[in-house]
Unconditional design. Structure first.
Lengths: 312, 324, 378
């Protein structure tokens, strides 16, 4: 089966800044693919190009089998794009918004009514049908935006940072809906600046300055990470940090609120040394635990590998 | 930085039963907490939870409806103007003027905070060094990348050497390396005795704080160090189960004995169980009996998001969420 | 083009207009206010002009002349003075608009030679009123002088020039009372239509960009033509309602006659609306900012229409180069049509030229409108 989304050397430049830099991407049908990276990494620009609303300077992309540059209107029939601001009309009710988008995609009334009822029920919004979209909470707006995007059964879903600023409970509900869609064979491309959200994706690509740092399943990415993460929990994190700085085998030392996160080359060997150092310095600590590296650890490690941190 | 008792009093914040209402909407609902000198305290919660309102009250920008807030030894209700001399406020998105040069922004804020002339020069130089912007004093602020702007904004906020620092979503959107560097700076300030308040909805940013207050709908839902919250707030223990196929695995897990909650998370399941040991022993067989292959089952540390959901996990009441 | 999508766009726009107090205010209240303000406020007539008299003679003849002035609806005889100084002061302090000075030998001259001069001093600061004042006084005096001539001829025993001889009896066709209101109100209607049409539409595209809904809209299969038509249809309907409102106010409140046919009014108004709506759309699509768009819309409608459309200042009296420019002003044709429909009652044949001009304009503006809105970000 052909991949749902394919991008080759996609590039876009704005006012002297290379927003997207020869990006390659392949999203298989039926997976949730995460475009992960901080603001300015090129996520939104990439999304817009794949949605056919922004023309790339160079490169090409195919979404649902259609060329986004030559057949952008054909692409739009197959996909749903949900931008960061959800595309909701605040002065229209929930029902009016859904009806509008359904009509734009030519969904007949019967299908629309059934599907909308099901989606709203799943989202827990059935009793808000007559409420103005502007009067909904952040989490509900997000779910309404998703409902409008799904009303025409798209094959591919492009979601640009849909969970930004939304409360964690709504975020969970949102992801449950996404997982349910996978079961129906929908392909989802989701962009996020939340590095911890990236772990929920089937596969992900870490974006930095417009190009991909790495791309794989979360597990495989983490297993590639050399060394392991150790977490030292201490009430005096600063003193712990000072005591451990300069110790052998530690490639990364990050001061956090309640301790220190370390990346070491050999956890079993270094654990003892760390313990000894802390005790020698008289720094109280509660425990030293091994931990899986986070996506952020991956990010930092690979960026540092690319260019030594010296600034711009 | 001065290190005496007066400063210790100045660096403390004490809030008692704070309430702030806007018309019929209660944005802050009886919030109480304390922060001591040199502490990094985080307000964690989604947009609209009331974090910004609390901070604005503490900065003297909003009058409390009831309750008390003592900042730097001063009552914000009656001495709002005096309070502002002792606090610094940094909001990366709104602080800086993009059409001013780096040094012009610094001079502007030095003026705003009434930094005495004989000290201003020296402190501005210090801010430039801290931000790593030596040689870039005359760059237009709008041309700086996110991480640099962030450190510049911090520099502008501390020119008057405040005892208390408020950071509003300080590292949203900044790349992870810049973010780590920024937090090193914050920790240095805290080490020197500055009390730091951070307001954020990024769960992983909260890890940088010494203590956290989880805020939801105007109330503090829980308070403690990140480790404490993870240990005590969860109703059970979190297990990670790699199962195949995922859909049936979820269904099976939801009715499995000893499993309080089950949810899909990426390619695996997160299970909340009462007793991890018996669960790890019994579950693999249970899954096999239900036609699911379970490759891996291990206990994992909950994330702050898990904690937050566990504490606030009740769906919003049918009356609907507040208008945001 | 998909009817379903077109209807969806139009329906959404209708709902939004209904729920937006500002749009409703502009659409419904503005026309009424404009008609009222301008209809009552602007009167190019001058009536009841304050008049002071310096009657040096005080004779029966001079009194007779003064009675003519008093009888005229154009003048209010306020006061008599007995020296130039007071008269001048009265004019300077705007206590009167003009002063009439009757010389001390008025009746003697009339008896002797049949003619005498009367001095009329006018406050010239307001050009228009001054000219009218002079004109009216000449009319009054002419009237009196006709009587004087008649009497003098009779006393001389000469035949009176009645029956023979030519006399000019001016009659103004179509606007007998020279009520400037009849002349202006149709023009006001054109102004209101231009304003409302362009102003409302100028916000529509810009608003979607500012609110962030445009991004999602252009990612759907809707075509730019469907967006344009779908958005303009509700404003077209609103515009026609406004036209009916203005016409109704003009006819029933201001008692301007309407001698044309309703369907001609509707047809020509529809044409005009097509033009202004398209202009508003182009502005909105070009400037993605609501504030800028509405400002430009005001400039492009208010200015040309009030100055160069013939609404208040007759085109025939403009210098030739300016007159040439007015051919480019779209509202000029509509004003001509409206005046013709209201006051003359002509049919389509007479107005064919103007209607063609409007149609051409509509085609050109429509062409730009379809090109103005693109379904891409950059």
């Amino acid at each position: 089966m052909a991949a749902a989304i394919q991008a080759f050397a996609l590039s876009k430049r704005f006012a002297g800044v290379q927003a997207v830099d020869r990006l390659n991407l392949t999203v298989e049908t039926g997976e949730i693919f995460g475009l992960v990276g901080p603001d300015g990494a090129g996520k939104t620009t990439t999304m817009r190009m794949l949605a056919g609303i922004l023309a790339p300077d160079e490169g090409s992309a195919f979404v649902a089998g259609y060329d986004v540059v030559r057949d952008s209107e054909a692409v739009k029939n197959q996909i749903s794009y949900m931008p960061q601001r959800f595309g909701l009309y605040e002065d229209l009710t929930v029902d009016e918004n859904i009806r509008f988008y359904a009509d734009l995609f030519g969904v007949d009334a019967k299908t629309r009514t059934e599907h909308a009822a099901r989606l709203l029920q799943a989202a827990g919004m059935a009793e808000f049908r007559n409420r103005l979209a502007g009067k909904l909470s952040g989490g509900m707006k997000q779910k309404l935006g998703l409902t409008c995007a799904l009303i025409h059964h798209p094959r591919v879903l492009l979601l640009d940072e849909p969970t930004t600023g939304v409360d964690p409970v709504s975020r969970r509900d949102f992801w449950q809906i996404l997982y349910a869609l996978l079961a129906e064979g929908v392909t989802i491309l989701i962009s996020t600046a939340y590095l911890d959200e990236a772990e929920r994706c089937t596969r992900l690509a870490l974006l930095h300055r417009g190009s991909t740092l790495m791309c794989d399943t979360p597990e495989r990415l983490k297993s590639k990470m050399k060394g392991a993460t150790l977490i030292v929990t201490s009430q005096q994190p600063r003193e712990a940090s000072e005591a451990l700085s300069g110790a052998d085998g530690i490639s990364s030392l990050v001061l956090v609120g309640d301790g220190v996160h370390l990346v070491v080359d050999d956890p079993s060997r270094r654990r003892g040394e760390i313990r000894r150092r802390l005790e020698a310095a008289g720094v109280p600590f509660e425990e030293i635990n091994a931990s899986e590296p986070t996506i952020e650890d991956l990010f930092v490690a690979s960026i540092e590998r690319e260019s030594p941190y010296a600034g711009q | 930085m001065p290190a005496n008792d007066a400063h210790a009093a100045r660096a403390s914040v004490e809030v008692t039963d704070l309430v702030k209402r806007f018309g019929t909407f209660t944005a802050v609902d009886r919030v109480s907490f304390q922060a001591t000198r040199g502490e990094i305290l985080g307000f964690l919660g989604p947009n609209g939870a009331g974090k910004s309102t609390i901070i604005r009250v503490l900065c003297g920008l909003l009058r409390p409806t009831s309750g008390r807030a003592i900042v730097a030894g001063l009552d914000v209700a009656s001495e709002a103007e005096a309070v502002r001399q002792h606090i610094g406020y940094m909001s990366q998105k709104f602080s800086l003027y993009n059409d001013l040069e780096v040094i012009e922004n610094l001079r502007f804020f030095a003026g705003m905070y009434n930094v005495p002339n004989h000290l201003a020069q020296q402190r501005i130089a210090g801010a430039i060094a801290m931000a790593g912007l030596a040689g870039h004093e005359h760059d237009l602020t709008g041309t700086l990348a996110g991480g640099w702007k962030q450190r510049l904004a911090l520099g502008c906020a501390v020119l008057h050497e405040p005892a208390i620092l408020f950071l509003d979503e300080p590292t949203s959107g900044v790349d992870p390396i810049s973010r780590r560097h920024f937090w090193e700076l914050i920790h240095q300030h805290a080490a020197a005795g500055v009390t730091v308040f951070v307001s954020t909805h990024y769960m992983d940013e909260a890890e940088y704080c010494n203590r956290l207050a989880l805020i939801n709908r105007g109330r503090i839902v829980a308070m403690g160090t990140p480790a404490e919250l993870k240990r005590h707030a969860m109703k059970g223990t979190l297990l990670l189960a790699r199962c195949d196929p995922l859909g049936p695995a979820l269904e099976a897990a939801q009715t499995a004995p000893g499993v309080m909650e089950a949810a899909v998370f990426g390619n695996a399941l997160h299970l909340t169980v009462g007793d991890p040991r018996t669960a790890i022993a019994a579950l693999p067989a249970y899954f096999t009996r239900n036609g699911v292959r379970c490759a891996d089952l291990e206990q994992i540390r909950p994330s702050l998001e898990d904690v937050f959901v566990a504490l606030t996990g009740v769906r919003p009441p049918p009356a609907g969420g507040p208008a945001q | 083009m998909s009817a379903g999508r077109l209807i969806a766009m139009a329906r959404k726009e209708f709902i939004q207009i209904r729920r937006d107090p500002r749009s409703l205010l502009i659409a419904l209240l503005l026309p009424i206010m404009q008609m009222a303000l301008l209809g009552y406020g602007i009167s190019l007539d001058a009536k009841h002009l304050a008049l002071y008299v310096y009657d040096q003679e005080g004779s029966q003849d001079s009194q007779a002349l003064l009675k003519h002035f008093q009888a005229s609806q154009y003048f209010d005889l306020i006061r008599t003075v007995n020296n130039y100084h007071d008269l001048k002061r009265a004019i300077d302090s705007e206590q009167c608009k003009l002063g009439v000075v009757i010389p001390f030998d008025f009746s003697k001259r009339i008896r002797d030679s049949g003619s005498a001069s009367v001095q009329v001093i006018v406050d010239g600061t307001d050009d228009n009123t001054a000219n009218l004042a002079i004109g009216y006084s000449q009319a009054v005096i002419a009237d009196y002088s006709a009587g004087v001539q008649h009497d003098w001829l009779t006393t001389q025993g000469l035949p009176v020039a009645g029956g023979g001889g030519l006399s000019i009896e001016p009659r103004t066709w179509f606007n007998e009372d020279l009520e400037s209101r009849n002349f202006i109100v149709p023009g006001i209607m054109a102004l209101v239509m231009a304003l409302v049409g362009a102003l409302l539409t100028s916000l529509t595209i810009a608003r979607e960009w500012e609110r962030g809904t445009m991004e999602q809209l252009i990612s759907t299969p809707v075509t730019s033509r469907e967006v344009m038509l779908g958005k303009l249809i509700p404003y077209f309907v609103l515009g026609m309602i406004d036209a009916a409102l203005c016409a109704a106010i003009g006819v029933w409140w201001f008692e301007v006659p309407f001698r044309g046919t309703v369907w001609m009014l509707a047809l020509t108004t529809a044409l005009f609306l097509a033009v202004v709506l398209a202009i508003g759309f182009v502005i909105s699509a070009g400037l993605k900012n609501q504030l800028a768009a509405s400002s430009i819309a005001l400039m492009v409608t208010l200015l040309p229409t009030s100055l160069l459309s013939g609404y208040a200042f007759p085109i025939e009296q403009m210098p030739a180069p300016i007159r040439a420019i007015t051919y480019l002003i779209y509202s000029r044709y509509y004003v001509t049509i409206l005046k013709a429909l209201f006051l003359k009652g002509v049919g389509a044949r007479a107005l064919l030229g103007e209607m063609t001009a409007l149609a051409v304009y509509a085609v050109i503006a429509g062409f730009f409108a379809t090109r103005a809105f693109r379904k891409t970000l950059v």
